[in-house]
Design a protein around this ligand. Structure first.
Ligand SMILES: [Zn+2]
Length: 521
């Protein structure tokens, strides 16, 4: 598309997931947050590339496939359907879903590896350490907690001693220090940046970038090291490379020139080290420009306890969607708590927010407005002449413009809850406005006709603002609101083009059923 080539571009990624088990609602939090950001940038008119995917080359896959008694290939194909099904149920709008077993990804990983090899940053050595198969990483004695993996308290890592290829991370100590100092926004939030600076102060050690094939169990799986069939790449090495592959690296030069470097990698707090130290060093070594930002979100509990497959404290996003609907789940994940801190998913809290904020505040405001336009104006939007508009109407317009400004600033800073707060100021103002204006009383007095029309036109315009601002968060709801108001759904650029502009066309306002039927607690 020619017009897309003219617009500024925005490339956003999430972490890619191990397809060893179905995703849970905590994983969904990351995807919904990234989706809100991708939709926001598209609505700002940006040519957006949003990439997600599966990290298929890990040893987890072999174990899971063995347990299910299928080949690894059959297993990853099955999990691809499970994951993409879950993301579809949450209306996640990725443009690219990368699987690391794809040929183009293998080629990209080989190219990156080869460049560092040629530069002397990848060399052969002997590795000894405690290997946690779930982390796919080696630990020293000091790293273990009660002889168990620091991230997996139920797992005892095994001692491994093998010939590996290493990446010379230690050589990048100073370049990384300088880069992070020169780019204060590279790692967000500051707490994570400080954590990374702490690791840098402790000193960087080279890391293993390959595994010896004969030490691995099961079928041969993973990307072969270029020129050495005895080794496959360490899964983190090729996993990180997915961000380059999605942007066309080593297979689509035009796409690569357009989208790389990435604007933002969205990740969870457990993988900061890989994204803020390993990855930038790998890119520097290969002569590839660095991503502009890594945004690190917190982790969620479920009903006050950590997610755990072993204790059964899990919630499949598809089950949550089946119970509450796509947009209420998206809304709750973005509304509750801060993106950067740990949060908690609690069913009772979701039901309470659904009833108070979605059914009462938002659903009611739309329903009473379109119902009155139907009843008093034959289902057509009144022009709402400016001469009949007074202070109250000006105040609603002001509230709408404030909500737009505040929500934009909050979204720019990844403060999803604050953006929704700003939008809800407008929603509540809209209900208050109707309560104060009492259109049902105005309707009884023909002399008040112009005022009645101004009130309904103002309320409809305020709802158009609300629908547009909710577009990134609740895209289905936004489109339904606009349809009930007689308007087309959210279009690219809709946020950028949003202005207070009551429409005097007398367009039909068809209305419809309530957006959010109340839930019983
Ligand atoms: Zn572990």
């Amino acid at each position: 598309m020619e017009s897309a080539l003219q617009s500024p571009r925005f490339y956003i990624t999430t972490a890619i997931d191990y397809p060893n088990a179905a995703p849970h609602i905590g994983t969904a939090l990351e995807k919904v947050g990234a989706d809100v950001m991708a939709r926001f940038r598209r609505m700002q008119g940006m040519d957006t590339l949003f990439s997600m995917g599966l990290d298929e080359n890990s040893q987890h896959v072999l174990r899971a496939a063995e347990e299910a008694n299928v080949s690894a290939r059959a297993w990853v194909d099955r999990m691809d359907e499970v994951f993409q099904g879950a993301w579809a149920s949450l209306n996640i709008s990725y443009d690219r879903f990368i699987r690391t077993t794809e040929e183009v990804h293998i080629a990209a990983s080989e190219e990156l590896f080869r460049r560092s090899l040629e530069r002397g940053d990848i060399y052969k050595g002997t590795y000894s350490g405690w290997y946690c198969p779930n982390c796919n990483t080696f630990y020293d004695d000091d790293d273990l907690v009660d002889e168990r993996c620091p991230n997996h308290p139920t797992l005892t890592p095994e001692w491994l001693d093998e010939e590996n290829y290493f990446f010379a991370l230690s050589r990048y100590q100073e370049p990384l220090e300088r880069y992070i100092a020169d780019h204060p926004d590279f790692i967000v939030p500051t707490t994570r940046r400080n954590e990374v600076l702490g690791w840098l102060r402790d000193g960087l050690r080279d890391f293993s970038t390959s595994r010896l094939v004969r030490n691995l169990t099961g079928e041969r799986w993973g990307i072969t090291v270029p020129g050495d069939d005895d080794h496959v790449m360490y899964v983190w090495y090729d996993a990180l490379t997915n961000y380059l592959t999605s942007a066309g690296f080593a297979h689509d030069d035009e796409r690569y020139a357009r989208y790389w470097p990435a604007d933002v990698h969205v990740i969870g707090k457990d993988i900061t080290r890989f994204h803020c130290l390993y990855w930038p060093a790998m890119l520097m070594s290969a002569g590839v420009p660095l991503p502009r930002q890594v945004v690190v979100h917190g982790w969620w509990n479920l009903e006050g306890k950590p997610f755990s497959k072993t204790t059964g404290n899990v919630l499949d996003p598809r089950d949550a969607v089946a119970e509450f609907g796509t947009d209420p789940v998206r809304y709750y994940l973005m509304r509750e708590g801060s993106w950067f801190q740990d949060g908690n998913f609690a069913r009772a809290n979701l039901v309470q927010r659904y009833n108070a904020e979605l059914a009462n505040d938002l659903g009611n405001l739309l329903n009473r407005t379109v119902t009155m336009i139907g009843r008093y104006c034959d289902g057509r939007l009144p022009a709402g002449s400016a001469s009949a508009a007074g202070e109250r109407e000006t105040a609603v317009q002001h509230a709408a413009e404030t909500a737009l400004r505040d929500a934009t600033a909050a979204l720019d800073g990844w403060e999803f809850g604050r953006a929704l707060d700003a939008i809800w100021q407008l929603v509540r103002r809209g209900n208050q406005y109707i309560d104060e204006s009492q259109p049902w009383r105005l309707a009884r007095d023909p002399a008040q006709r112009a005022v009645l029309e101004a009130v309904l036109a103002t309320s409809a315009e305020s709802l158009r603002f609300q629908a547009t601002l909710l577009g990134p968060f609740m895209p289905g709801t936004a489109d339904r609101m606009l349809a009930q108001l007689g308007l087309d759904g959210i279009a690219p650029g809709a946020w950028r083009d949003l202005r207070w502009q009551p429409d005097g066309s007398g367009r039909p306002v068809p209305g419809g059923s309530p957006l959010f039927p109340r839930l019983s607690a």
